[in-house]
Design a protein around this ligand. Structure first.
Ligand SMILES: *Cc1c(COP(=O)(O)O)cnc(C)c1O
Length: 438
């Protein structure tokens, strides 16, 4: 049987003279035929780089390796490949070797906030669990670019057991996010073991999987995989579409299989210069996502990882995109735009300003059309002094299993029961003078 398009047919036959649709749709075949060299890329695309360009590309690939699935490769439109959003996400640019002063190997301090090698513990109640070192396609904008292609291996059960044990003995963790690499590059059997171990931890309420498989290797979503994952609901799946062109027949089928099995689906997009830094492109993307039952979750400002300088946009571009979405389209189409704080501060949401001014009983707001309006606050609202003694409170919480409430950070400044009225940076000259004067 013929492969979906004649372009895919030609690519497949160049890679494997017996290629048929069954092979093309077999994710193992796709894996075996990933494109990892500039030579193969030239052979399959018909593009010929100049000697100089090729030298630069080979040098780039030595530092940051290349890997593209035949499927994702087939989405590139070669007539204008230099501007192609698929090409730009998959094919190296010599600009990756330009490291700017603000770039960092590990900007999010994932390795510093790491109690055991496979875990990043940043937030109080949830952890990132690095369960796979493998990706079928190496995104040029990878935030973990430092690790790409390092050791394309599956972490041993022993390494993962360390992570599982850490979660077991840390009862405040209620949410674990499987990441990598791509967790869905693990075999069904290995995933079954891992999810089985996690699902037996009593304090874990949800498991999440972050994967780009529906985008770059949709054939990995097989009936058998879906059956395996289905045993471990509630399981949330977040994928990573960056451009509407990535939503193809094959990827839509993969999303359908996951949505039909009842997994809540989300999407995390990275804002990338020359790929999707345009309100119209993002709007088209989010509309196509929700049509396929995928809720846009985050829009990321591109991280300060080494080798990504040429892909970064200004923050203003992100705000402009969010401005073009809020009010203009369905609320559930709008992702939260975030900057993942360098140094491990976590994701910080960024929004256009809607609150224009404020008096003692009135707020002034503007809407997406530019209409300026007021909201009159009630004269009768009696502020309740909250001493966090819920047993005496008239509000009926009455949940024996309600979470303990311990305020930290800005929430602590707002907490009536706390004495803290300011947060002071560790090195504050004024306070240092004070201790000297005392
Ligand atoms: C993004 C992230 C999470 C999850 O954050 P949410 O806002 O809950 O999606 C958890 N841990 C780390 C280290 C992260 O980077």
């Amino acid at each position: 049987m013929k492969i979906y398009s004649s372009k895919q047919q030609i690519i497949a036959e160049k890679l494997d003279s017996d290629a048929v649709l069954e092979k093309w749709k077999d994710w193992r075949w796709q894996r075996r035929h990933v494109i990892t060299s500039i030579d193969t890329f030239e052979y399959l695309s018909g593009i010929r780089f100049t000697q100089n360009k090729k030298k630069e590309l080979v040098k780039t690939v030595q530092k940051f390796p290349l890997s593209i699935t035949p499927y994702y490769f087939s989405l590139i439109e070669f007539e204008d490949y230099n501007n192609d959003p698929i090409f730009k996400q998959a094919f190296p640019s010599p600009s990756e070797l330009i490291i700017s002063a603000s770039d960092m190997r590990d900007p999010l301090y994932e390795e510093k906030d790491s109690p055991v090698s496979s875990i990043t513990h940043r937030y109080p109640d949830r952890v990132l669990f690095h369960v796979s070192n493998i990706c079928s396609m190496y995104c040029r904008h990878c935030t973990r670019k430092r690790k790409v292609g390092d050791h394309d291996s599956i972490p041993s059960k022993q390494v993962l057991t360390e992570g599982i044990d850490f979660i077991k003995k840390t009862p405040q963790i209620r949410d674990v996010l499987l990441s990598g690499g791509d967790p869905l590059m693990l075999s069904d059997g290995y995933l079954d073991w891992l999810l089985g171990e996690l699902s037996r931890i009593p304090h874990l309420e949800v498991i999440r999987i972050g994967t780009r498989v529906p985008v770059v290797l949709p054939y990995r979503i097989t009936k058998e995989l879906v059956l395996t994952l289905s045993k471990y609901q509630p399981l949330w799946i977040n994928t990573h579409f960056n451009h509407p062109r990535e939503i193809t027949l094959s990827s839509r089928l993969a999303l359908k299989m996951l949505a039909d099995a009842g997994f809540p689906l989300g999407n995390q997009t990275v804002l990338l210069a020359g790929v999707n830094d345009c309100p119209r492109i993002i709007k088209r993307l989010v509309h196509k996502l929700v049509q396929n039952r995928v809720r846009p979750y985050y829009l990321y400002q591109c991280d300060l990882s080494e080798g990504l300088t040429h892909l970064r946009t200004s923050v203003g571009k992100g705000i402009e995109i969010i401005e073009s979405l809020i009010g203009h389209t369905s609320g559930f189409c709008v992702p939260t735009y975030v900057i993942d704080a360098p140094g491990g501060g976590g994701k910080i949401p960024i929004m256009p300003n809607y609150l224009i001014s404020w008096s003692t009983n009135k707020v002034v707001l503007r809407n997406y059309e530019g209409v300026i309006t007021t909201y009159k606050e009630p004269d009768s609202y009696e502020p309740v002094f909250c001493d966090r003694n819920c047993d005496e409170c008239t509000l009926q919480l009455k949940l024996d299993d309600a979470d303990e409430m311990r305020s930290v950070g800005i929430a602590k400044l707002l907490d009536d029961s706390q004495q803290t009225f300011s947060l002071i940076p560790e090195e504050n000259e004024r306070l240092e003078r004070r201790t000297i004067n005392e």
